[in-house]
Design a protein around this ligand. Structure first.
Ligand SMILES: *Cc1c(COP(=O)(O)O)cnc(C)c1O
Length: 405
């Protein structure tokens, strides 16, 4: 087993390789069987030739694996491929996206520290900061993702971490990573970006000003809605701390899930391009449908984040939202009448999904917070999958035609 603890390893032959090549080949370590496809090491522990060798591996004097909570060859391949794709020094895989975010908190924060977090982040992330981090003496100020003055004003001497997602869910608001990264550096704080919606196929936050990238691999990295997982990517100084926490806390990624993600990464670029193409066509089409009041997709020229998205991203992503004429009843009518699209809140799947954010993903927000976040009762989110976009249009027409009576 080739233990490459000292640097992100993509292999010399891949040093100048493009993204598509890294997505297929980075991080591969072959066993003595010389298998071609990445091997799935379903083993909780590893054996030694002798007591002396066990001692050497446990002490870190000799490369090798001890126990799969510490390292596992399949998980290691996934980590190395993710580090290569995000352009980070190191990666640490976790049991879920939330475990990745918690891992960052545990690695970089201590009681008395302060966090500035976008208000438009995944709902459970808000809970993690507002409830649990707060309970351990870390306070959080929530700010408007796109209002730089709010970010600046919220920063205090104790601020240690800035946290955001871009583009945001579900309205696709786009954060200025360079500007917010600069604010973080001026303060000596770290900027962590949840890159779940773009994946490194469309956006590489570390090259734009972020210090840490987080993923819920559950979404586009899996790509077919099968497994939960997460990953933290960044400098060794941060990621090694996440790893040390991980060993103590046990929020370990299953090797099976890591293997699924490795296979998912091979087609990531192709899939993301197809998600973007379908979402772009669907967004344009929706704009001209009677019964549709407004479409939110950062790929549309009139979207307030369009110019910034063009600069930071190589595609606009697969998630769009639209408002229908009327209120909750009208939105539910569209959702209830689709026959192909899945009524579920997950995203990043080959299967297109449709959700009513106000009563599902964002149901725990107060009315005031919903208003501020633009989560209106007539808003519908579609995470566009890989089906024929004409079929998706036909499917959405079923409910929209009813709206028109
Ligand atoms: C789903 C999601 C998470 C949480 O990931 P899990 O794998 O479900 O723990 C975090 N951030 C974003 C943007 C997500 O969509």
């Amino acid at each position: 087993m080739n233990d490459k603890n000292d640097s992100a390893w993509v292999g010399n032959e891949l040093a100048d390789a493009d993204f598509e090549t890294l997505a297929v080949r980075a991080g591969i370590t072959r066993s003595a069987e010389r298998e071609h496809s990445e091997a799935l090491f379903l083993s909780s522990s590893f054996t030694y030739e002798s007591a002396a060798q066990a001692q050497a591996v446990f002490a870190g004097d000799e490369p090798g694996n001890v126990y799969s909570r510490y390292t596992n060859p399949t998980v290691r391949m996934f980590e190395e491929r993710m580090a290569a794709l995000e352009g980070g020094e190191r990666a640490c895989a976790t049991a879920s996206g939330m475990a990745a975010i918690l891992g960052v908190c545990m690695a970089v924060l201590k009681a008395g520290d302060h966090v500035v977090c976008s208000r438009s982040v995944f709902g459970t992330t808000v809970t993690l900061f507002a409830k649990y981090m707060d309970r351990f003496g870390v306070s959080t100020t929530f700010v408007d993702l796109v209002d730089l003055d709010q970010w600046q004003d919220a920063i205090r001497p104790e601020t240690r971490l800035l946290f955001l997602e871009t583009p945001s869910n579900p309205l696709g608001e786009v954060a200025d990573l360079e500007a917010i990264g600069r604010l973080a550096r001026e303060q000596g704080a770290l900027l962590a970006v949840d890159n779940c919606f773009c994946t490194p196929a469309l956006q590489r936050p570390l090259s734009l000003g972020a210090d840490i990238v987080i993923h819920s691999a559950t979404k586009y990295i899996d790509g077919q809605g099968r497994c939960l997982g997460g990953v933290v990517v960044g400098a060794a100084s941060v990621v090694d701390e996440v790893n040390i926490w991980q060993r103590a806390a046990g929020a370990t990624l299953s090797p099976f899930n890591a293997w699924i993600f490795l296979k998912g990464l091979e087609t990531l670029k192709l899939r993301m391009d197809a998600h973007c193409r379908n979402a772009g066509l669907l967004a344009e089409w929706l704009q001209f449908q009677a019964g549709v009041k407004k479409v939110h997709y950062c790929g549309l020229p009139e979207h307030p984040g369009h110019t910034l998205a063009q600069k930071q991203q190589s595609g606009f992503g697969g998630v769009l939202a639209f408002e229908v004429e009327g209120g909750r009843e009208a939105a539910w009518q569209v959702i209830d009448n689709v026959q192909i699209i899945s009524r579920t809140a997950n995203l990043g799947d080959a299967k297109t999904t449709i959700t009513h954010p106000a009563t599902t993903t964002h149901c725990r927000l107060s009315d005031e917070d919903k208003r501020r976040a633009g989560i209106s009762e007539n808003l519908i989110r579609v995470a566009v999958g890989l089906e024929s976009v004409e079929d998706l249009m036909k499917d959405l027409s079923l409910g929209l035609e009813r709206l028109r009576g």
